[in-house]
Design a protein around this ligand. Structure first.
Ligand code: URA
Ligand code: ZN
Length: 391
């Protein structure tokens, strides 16, 4: 009897309750604030341009005059962010068999160095417990204490490798604070590669607020569209290109990365990156000794399919080489992008847009589509066998 190819979501986040408590205690982004009587859910604020509107709303509330719901910055922190029961309901609603959970941005990037190791251990054991309570349905990408001393960070990599449901780590583009091409980041990337832990690279910082202009930034006229639609993908593209230019992929052949949002704009811009390297007076000779950005895309990079259109998905498949169909993995970005006009407990358009893009680009129900929807993730992340004992 043929076994059904599972549907796997490799891009799905949570903020566990203990993490939310940390954000509630903060005075700057990332921050969580409640406005009782105005908004049913607390607000989570992640973008620096939203700190001034948050302070204004807090001042208004303190003066006794309530801010309007529409004027509140950030987004509602609904049960979708913190509840594992809600995650399972979301999976069931959308026919998702297995989810590979990850902490949402900005992870532990802002945590004090001496606390980071302990917080990471607590977050990772929280995710482990969620997975253990839902065997076969949940796995996770672990969180790293990137601000911790090097020995603590490297020990965390050793520790998470042994967690039975851990299938890699989620990492922002900041690295230890100076980006992923920082030479001090290389031992960390090397340790991850040697441990066989795939890095799920995810953006958070976008581009500097000025590029959005006053209307796209502080006045909030364009909502979150510019930073999320354009800032996030450019951030990922820049981070991977910097790693490539620094020669890290060549020096660390075991390094494997899953890039969020189908690699940002990398599939579209790889040819231009390649050409700029070949025509750069400083780099062209050295580049002849190295593999090209295309080689890296074909051999060390996987892309998620969170691109919302068959056009972007086709580019992602093509950029991933002859085996492109083997390197793409479906994702939802839940709990971000909930439906705004319909019930959040029902179907989410942000999910169907990604599933429809796969069907349109690769054919509904074809083997290629099934692999992108889950077969690839099951194989690459070793999800089928369920809990695995690790050495
Ligand atoms: N998706 C994410 O993962 N994070 C955000 O902040 C917004 C969308
Ligand atoms: Zn995401």
């Amino acid at each position: 009897m043929a076994t059904k190819t599972p549907v796997v979501d490799v891009h799905t986040h949570m903020y566990p309750p203990e993490y939310i408590q940390i954000l509630e205690a903060r005075d700057d982004i990332p921050i969580v604030r409640s406005f009782p009587g105005v908004a049913p859910d607390p607000r989570i604020v992640l973008l620096s341009t939203e700190m001034a509107p948050l302070k204004a709303a807090e001042a208004k509330a303190a003066s006794g005059e309530q801010p309007t719901l529409e004027s509140l910055p950030g987004r509602p922190l609904t049960t979708h962010y913190a509840s594992v029961a809600q995650k399972i309901h979301f999976m069931d609603t959308h026919g998702i068999d297995v989810s590979v959970l990850s902490l949402a941005n900005p992870w532990l990037d802002f945590v004090a160095s001496d606390e980071a190791g302990k917080i990471a251990a607590s977050v990772n054991s929280g995710f482990s417990a969620m997975c253990a309570a839902n065997p076969g349905r949940l796995f996770f990408f672990a969180t790293l204490p990137v601000t911790a001393p090097a020995d603590v960070l490297l020990q965390t990599i050793k520790d998470v490798r042994k967690l039975p449901f851990c299938r890699g780590v989620i990492l922002g583009t900041g690295g230890l604070g100076k980006g992923l091409d920082d030479p001090e980041m290389e031992p960390v990337l090397e340790a991850l590669g040697e441990a066989g832990l795939i890095i799920f690279l995810h953006p958070h910082y976008g581009l500097p607020g000025e590029v959005w202009g006053p209307r796209g930034g502080t006045t909030g006229e364009y909502g979150h569209v510019l930073p999320l639609a354009l800032g996030f993908p450019m951030e990922t593209t820049i981070a991977v290109t910097r790693l490539f230019l620094a020669g890290v992929f060549d020096r660390l052949p075991k390094l494997r990365m899953l890039l969020a949002h189908s690699g940002g704009t990398l599939p579209f811009l790889a040819g231009r990156i390649d050409s700029c390297v070949r025509h750069d007076g400083h780099l062209w000779k050295e580049a002849q000794k190295r593999r090209s950005i295309w080689d890296v895309l074909h051999e060390q990079v996987y892309l998620d399919a969170v691109v919302y259109s068959d056009v972007g998905l086709q580019a992602a498949v093509a950029a991933s080489g002859a085996k492109g169909l083997d390197r793409l993995m479906f994702g939802t970005d839940h709990p971000f992008f909930p439906p705004l006009g319909t019930d959040e407990q029902g179907e989410w358009e942000s999910v169907s847009m990604n599933a429809d893009a796969v069907a349109k680009a690769l054919g509904d129900g074809t083997d290629a589509a099934k692999n992108v929807m889950g077969g690839n993730a099951a194989r690459i992340l070793d999800l089928v066998a369920g809990e695995q004992e690790k050495a």
